[in-house]
Design a protein around this ligand. Structure first.
Ligand code: ADP
Ligand code: GLC
Length: 492
């Protein structure tokens, strides 16, 4: 039996409390997976307006915290619940978090995000102190919690308990770094001497993620391929040299999926459950989806996308490739929200093919489940993809992924080989409409002409184990590496 660790997990979103993307899925499933392995886990997230207080039985009264922000003292609170073996702490400060949008609205980021998330980091540390939790590791995620390691090294180094805690920073997406105007420095509570290129300064601005990358004990990211990509000029979004300087402390751990939430055998949001031994439910899910979207019944494959409509996701090449593929006889549905430009592009496809295209602009968790269950193929033409979860959900639901071979998509989707009868999907490398279209065409041809091979591929995918079982253990190993790093023991 390995030693029980005490771990605090800090994230700006976590399912089922608040979600904009895959970070929430990870923060809502890795902490319970660690708790299930016998470790003591606490989770810290902001108490946003979106969090359903009644559903999660969040107490009305919280514990008071006073957080210094520049010349003001903010009266914040934390509120605690027990959930799936984890102590969840919600950081409450209505002036900062009780509004629409976790990070912003469609027309842009909230203007006070530097203050909101520096306060979140500081309040988390103050709550840990107040609760007198003895910790081994604090695991922070992305720029919104990246100041935690900076605060620990700068302001808590002589604190009896927090001074000894090791830190792990996971980069879920290096395209988002928390970059702010230097005039906002006074809000952070850090000495101005840290505004230099070896710390938080980045081309004249403040960069939260950079600060975290420099001050954390170890760095992880969400797939092995992405761990390499972020250390290159093309993939590093300006932070590649910072990461190369720390390359011996950079590790890739692929995300797992929550098999309590994404499991066709027990999923309550889909029309009929199914499993490898009985696939009738999969047919029923497709039928019902064709009906819901007003598509004609028939043999045409149904291809879907569920995505944030952001540059990262390859919507520009993807939708042009789909436009070309429609003449080959497919139905296509997209669920997504994000930039207006891509929303318009998606809608234009619907105007062009009213009978074979369905577009839903918005965020709809239950529809996402129904689409993944009912589709034949899941399309993910990402420009870059740190890990990606929807391709793994698709595999579990017998929906064949067609992906661009980048980041975690490359690591989690193996191409089908007719020689060895192994593989679970289709991959293309070049970021181009032609390459995407050719792969779709190949998939559609196989689907139509070789149903036996297709079914074998479906079953291969459903058999893959993408649960947290092995990745949670990887994290535990890395927590121990971080603890040794903190103690100044060099790691080979
Ligand atoms: P990212 O975090 O970059 O958006 P991931 O594939 O890791 O990409 O995770 C996306 C998560 O968000 C998945 O759980 C996916 O189902 C969900 N999702 C994305 N867009 C929507 C939407 N419009 N409605 C419902 N769920 C969505
Ligand atoms: C990010 C990435 C996505 C990853 C998710 C969870 O939002 O874009 O690829 O799966 O974080 O790690």
């Amino acid at each position: 039996m390995t030693k029980q660790l005490s771990i605090a997990f800090v994230a700006s979103e976590a399912t089922p409390f608040a979600k904009t993307g895959g970070l929430a899925d990870v923060a809502g499933s890795l902490p319970p997976a660690l708790a299930k392995l016998g470790h003591k886990v606490s989770l810290f997230i902001p108490l946003y307006k979106e969090v359903d207080r009644a559903r999660h039985k969040i107490p009305d009264r919280g514990h008071k915290l006073q957080v210094q922000v520049s010349a003001r003292v903010i009266d914040a609170h934390y509120k605690k619940i027990k959930w799936r073996g984890v102590n969840v702490y919600f950081i409450e400060s209505d002036g900062h978090f009780h509004r629409h949008g976790l990070y912003g609205l469609t027309d842009g980021a909230h203007p006070d995000n530097s203050e909101r998330f520096s306060l979140f980091c500081m309040a988390t540390l103050l709550a840990l102190k107040k609760e007198q939790i003895t910790l081994d590791v604090i695991h922070v995620n992305d720029w919104q919690s990246a100041l935690v390691p900076v605060y620990l090294s700068q302001l808590f180094s002589s604190d009896k308990t927090l001074g000894k805690v090791a830190t792990v920073l996971t980069v879920h997406n290096i395209g988002y770094q928390g970059i702010f105007n230097p005039l906002e420095w006074h809000l952070l509570g850090l000495d101005f001497s840290l505004f230099n290129m070896h710390n938080l300064e980045f081309y004249g601005n403040i960069n939260f993620l950079k600060g975290g990358l420099i001050h954390t004990n170890i760095i992880t990211t969400v797939s092995s391929t992405y761990a390499k990509e972020i250390q290159t000029k093309d993939g590093g979004y300006g932070l590649d040299s910072v990461l190369r300087n720390r390359s011996k402390d950079v590790f890739g751990v692929v995300n797992g999926i929550d098999t309590d939430q994404w499991n066709p055998k027990i999923d309550e949001t889909i029309p009929q459950n199914f499993e490898i031994a009985n696939m009738d439910g999969k047919k029923k899910c497709k039928e019902s989806l064709l009906n819901e979207f007003g598509f004609p019944k028939g043999e045409n494959p149904l291809i879907v996308m569920i995505t944030r409509l952001a540059e990262q996701k390859g919507v520009d090449i993807g939708l042009v490739a789909i436009d070309q593929a429609i003449s080959k006889g497919i139905n296509f549905a997209l669920l997504g929200s994000g930039s207006t430009q891509y929303e318009e592009l998606a809608k234009s496809l619907k105007y062009k093919y009213p009978d074979n295209v369905f577009i839903h602009i918005g965020f709809d968790e239950a529809l996402a489940h129904r689409m993944i269950a009912g589709a034949d193929m899941f399309f993910m033409p990402s420009r870059y993809e740190p890990c990606g979860l929807t391709q793994m959900y698709s595999l579990a639901y017998g929906t064949v992924p067609i992906v661009r071979a980048t980041g975690g998509l490359n690591d989690t989707v193996s191409e089908y080989s007719s020689d060895t009868k192994t593989g679970v999907g289709f991959k293309f490398s070049k970021y181009s409409t032609e390459a995407a279209f050719k792969k779709i065409e190949e998939a559609v041809t196989l689907y139509r002409n070789c149903p036996n091979i297709w079914n074998k591929m479906v079953i291969n995918g459903m058999k893959e184990d993408n649960s947290w079982a092995s990745s949670a253990k990887e994290y535990l190993k890395l927590y121990k590496v971080a603890i040794k790093h903190k103690q100044g023991i060099s790691i080979k």
